[in-house]
Design a protein around this ligand. Structure first.
Ligand code: ADP
Length: 475
């Protein structure tokens, strides 16, 4: 697939004088020079989305569903090309990239169906002769700002419900992975999305583009996935125009292993929860809490699995762990490991750069991690696992909840009373019990506390893009 390298605004591919480079994290190879949108081009994109809105919202839900369904079909048809492009700009193993394209497609599938069901209500009236009704209406122009770790799926879970609901859309993808976003724009064109309904403004300077999207009163909703620090800034910036804000921010997921757990299943689950996308997911297991009586047996099982992980460029057959996305990400992982060792953690495996160099970091296992260490308090976002021991269920829950983040949590236990107690006590938006993978288009994804606002996926995902209107009909 020849990468698209221009902004997509009002149905036109727009070249700018200024461009920025996109590189392959596994090889350092230059992939493309992409148009660099500024505030003026972003305003044009909002103009286009605002102009396109009346006609798009006036289409029947069935017509919109048809367009979204075609996006799903195109993802299936082009899966291989899209996955290769994704691996090249982002680094994840090709099998995972294919999985991501299928995951993205599942949002188009789900919301094409959901387009047909944002039902209103009729409410029994307390006033004689009146009729009380509600409608669900599209909110208007929506803006999305998305990260690099899932360059395709993080857009799909915003765009699919937005289109289904009848909104128009301006997207600012991550500067590290604009090519997947522009490939999607090309698919939108092919799927028959009318001009101006979807606009993509890649940029190397996020702040001025972000200021237009948060400051323009015509943009009625902002959906952001990314760091907590940037999310808070955007939330504040949306206050002046009181936008509907949906935020998927950082996590600090605890992964708890109780003494009644199946330790092999737990170790397998941890590999998925920790190593998917090289640990670069907001739902990655970040604090591994293990009951003392099974600690050593569990650590042994994890070490054995980590030793078998093949590291390499994502396009190479059989690779399970790719490079980190860039040097700052590498430095963060190395910093967490060094900090933990300096504060007394025990190293079992890895602990340094992988022999492949660049941004490849060796799978790493530490025990004796404490709450004073950086890895217990910040997302490591890499293949370094730090284990803490606990004695009682109460202590485990207190440790798990001892963070401002509240996105995902995982635990392994078999006692049914404990399963319910712990699932209810964890302060998070999503809990995996006996599994290391919870994400699916049909279930609500999102966090509590400082991990965010709103839910994506499932029927709740439509609510971010619609408003309830109440109509009171007099006698
Ligand atoms: P990450 O740590 O995952 O890179 P960021 O929050 O830095 O998380 O990035 C997520 C998205 O937010 C990216 O598209 C990035 O360009 C964008 N972004 C970063 N800073 C700003 C800003 N000041 N205004 C708008 N968008 C921003």
């Amino acid at each position: 697939m020849t990468p698209r390298d221009r902004a997509y605004v009002g149905g036109e591919w727009i070249a700018t004088d200024r461009r920025f480079a996109v590189t392959d994290p596994a090889t350092g190879e230059h992939l493309a020079d992409v148009s660099d949108a500024d505030a003026a081009l972003t305003r044009q994109a909002v103009d286009a989305a605002a102009d396109a809105w009346p006609a798009w919202r006036a289409k029947t839900a069935h017509e919109r569903a048809g367009v979204v369904r075609r996006l799903r079909a195109l993802h299936a048809e082009r899966e291989d090309e899209l996955a290769r492009l994704l691996t090249r700009e982002q680094g994840k193993p090709l099998a995972e990239a294919r999985g991501e394209i299928r995951y993205a497609a599942s949002f188009y599938e789900f919301f094409a169906e959901e387009a047909l069901r944002p039902h209103g209500e009729t409410i029994p009236s307390p006033f004689p002769g009146h009729r009380l009704l509600t409608f669900r209406q599209p909110i208007g122009v929506g803006a999305a700002i998305t990260p690099w770790n899932f360059p395709s799926a993080m857009i799909a879970r915003k765009l699919a419900p937005a289109l289904a609901a009848g909104c128009t859309f301006v997207l600012k993808p991550s500067e590290l992975t604009p090519l997947s976003a522009l490939a999607l724009a090309a698919l939108c064109e092919e799927a028959g999305v009318p001009k101006g309904v979807v606009n993509v403004v890649p940029t190397s300077e996020a702040a001025p583009v972000g200021e237009v999207l948060t400051g323009d009163a015509r943009v009625r909703a902002l959906s952001f996935t990314g760091s907590t620090a940037v999310g808070k800034r955007l939330y504040r910036a949306c206050a002046d125009t009181v936008k509907k804000v949906s935020l998927e921010l950082g996590g600090n997921a605890p992964f708890l292993v109780f003494d009644d757990a199946d330790l092999d299943a737990a170790a397998d689950g941890l590999m998925v929860a920790k190593l998917r996308n090289g640990g670069q997911t907001c739902v990655a297991a970040n604090r591994i809490l293990v009951q003392r009586s099974v600690h050593d047996a569990f650590v042994e099982r994890v070490a054995a699995r980590l030793r078998g992980v093949r590291v390499g460029p994502g396009l190479e057959e059989g690779v399970a762990l790719g490079p980190l996305v860039n040097r700052p990400s590498f430095d963060k992982v190395a910093g967490h490991v060094d900090d933990a060792r300096a504060k007394g953690a025990t190293l079992h495996l890895g602990g340094s750069a992988h022999e492949l160099g660049r941004t490849f970091y060796a799978p790493t296992l530490l025990t004796g991690v404490t709450t004073e260490m950086r890895m217990a308090n910040e997302e490591t976002f890499g293949p370094a696992l730090g284990v803490m021991a606990f004695d009682t269920e109460e202590e485990a829950i207190a440790l798990a909840n001892d963070t401002p983040a509240g996105l995902a949590a995982y635990f392994y236990a078999r006692d049914v009373g404990r399963v319910f107690r712990v699932a209810e006590a964890l302060e998070v938006g999503m809990v995996g019990v006996g599994t290391g993978l919870v994400s699916t288009a049909v279930a609500p994804f999102g966090g509590v506390k400082e991990s965010g606002l709103g839910r994506e996926g499932s029927r709740h995902g439509m609510e971010e893009w619609t408003e309830v209107k109440y109509v009171c009909l007099g006698p």
